[in-house]
Design a protein around this ligand. Structure first.
Ligand code: ADP
Length: 404
């Protein structure tokens, strides 16, 4: 069985092809037959396509800046060029898509229908950087592969059972009835990491209280009890909560009122300020990328240092909030670019909870751990570093769908 997974971001289109055989899903993710990534963020708007097959990567500049054409060119590399992996595209059995916002109505993986496409388009007002790109991916597949089954897996779905006291904002209630509530994001990653953590610990997921820290360019935490997300730091949009690469995370909402009144800033300017010009980038004035921030810190840059200190302060505070929602902890889990690769962030986050007996094995923590407990043997709580695999999580849902 061949499963194509599309994971579209605001400025990139990642894709991979899995081949699965046998009656059961493998416990570990198999290596994809083919991986492709279009980076649309290059200066002249024409994407750069990278295709990886059997460890070898080829890079091509796309012929146009048209996203549908770009995706068609990307899919062509499955059957043409130097390293084709299929005789024809019709060998693909099902396509899975990550869709960022599913709103209140879509809480399960769902097969694409005209109504589902309409809903993804409608929800674009809540996820303007992502949902339109997700829809483009679905339409590009329709153009190239006709009526092949397409499954959408929503990033909001895992958080759909968050209790009302955590989901409803303390604003006039009619706004909740109009859909303003905590949705939460990164759900595919949080769910996958919780399941993988239970596997690593050798314990049933439905007996565990877990905090998953997804720390990438976007950052969020989830409080997961018995396999269900009961609280999370992102909210109505992926702007709430932790400080991020170029997003502010939570700030006093009165700052917006002040900016509007005193500086005449409009919605577009506020959006740009909080979603693009804040976070590591805004505070440091250097970069949204923590690696660059740490290079600057090593050269004595004070604002870069402050940016990292704010990030850690807020990370600790919100881990504390998730801890309070759970009322206990069986595993603290770090994942995504920063969570998986930055020992300093893990160490500083955990130091705040030493009084509860959380203790890292510093050697293990700095040994590039993957799917490993990096807590010391006398820590009261395991601290896991888990490699998140959103594409594999989507492929698994496709497998279940196809076989049902
Ligand atoms: P995205 O949310 O776009 O998928 P990532 O999960 O790749 O982003 O996270 C990006 C962040 O992770 C950046 O701040 C970057 O510094 C950090 N990061 C990614 N890879 C590494 C690495 N190998 N070593 C250290 N930091 C990394």
């Amino acid at each position: 069985m061949k499963i194509l997974v599309l994971n579209a971001g605001s400025s990139s289109q990642k894709s991979c092809l899995y081949q699965l055989s046998g009656e059961t899903l493998p416990e570990q993710s198999p290596k994809p037959l083919w991986e492709a990534n279009i980076d649309w963020s290059v200066a002249n708007g024409r994407g750069v396509l990278k295709v990886k097959v059997q460890g070898a990567t080829q890079e091509t500049k796309l012929e146009s800046d048209d996203r549908h054409q770009g995706m068609a060119q990307m899919l062509d590399t499955l059957t043409q060029g130097e390293t084709p992996v299929l005789d024809q595209l019709s060998e693909i059995d099902i396509v899975g898509h990550r869709v960022v916002h599913g709103g209140q109505d879509y809480t399960q993986p769902t097969l694409v229908t005209p109504e589902v496409k309409e809903a993804i388009a409608r929800l674009s007002t809540l996820a303007p950087a992502h949902n339109p790109a997700n829809l483009e991916g679905i339409e590009a597949i329709e153009q190239v592969l006709g009526d092949i089954p397409q499954l959408v897996v929503f990033d909001t779905a895992f958080h759909s059972k968050i209790p009302l006291e955590a989901a409803v904002y303390p604003i006039p209630y009619e706004w909740f009835e109009k859909g303003i509530r905590r949705y939460g994001f990164h759900g595919i990653s949080h769910q996958y990491c919780a399941e993988r953590s239970a596997q690593i610990l050798g314990k049933p997921l439905d007996s565990l209280k877990i905090i998953t820290c997804h720390l990438g360019n976007g950052c969020s935490l989830a409080a997961i009890k018995d396999g269900v997300s009961i609280d999370t730091t992102m909210g109505f949009t992926p702007l709430e909560g932790l400080m991020m690469g170029n997003r502010s995370g939570s700030i006093d909402p009165a700052i917006l009122i002040y900016w509007m009144r005193e500086y005449d800033l409009d919605a577009a300017q506020l959006d740009e300020m909080l979603n693009k010009a804040s976070g590591f980038k805004g505070v440091s004035g250097i970069s949204a990328d923590l690696r660059t921030i740490q290079e600057a810190i090593a050269q004595g840059n004070k604002r870069a240092q402050l940016a990292l200190e704010i990030f850690i302060h807020r990370l600790r505070a919100l881990i504390g909030a998730m801890l309070a929602s759970l009322g206990g902890l069986d595993a603290l889990v770090f994942t995504a670019g920063i969570g998986e690769n930055n020992p300093e962030v893990r160490q500083k986050a955990c130091e705040a909870f030493e009084f509860l007996g959380v203790k890292l094995d510093l050697e293990k923590n700095s040994s590039s751990p993957v799917n490993l407990d990096v807590a010391s043997h006398d820590s009261t709580v395991p601290v896991l570093v888990v490699h998140t695999e959103e594409d594999w999580a989507i492929a698994r849902q496709c497998w279940h769908q196809y076989r049902s």
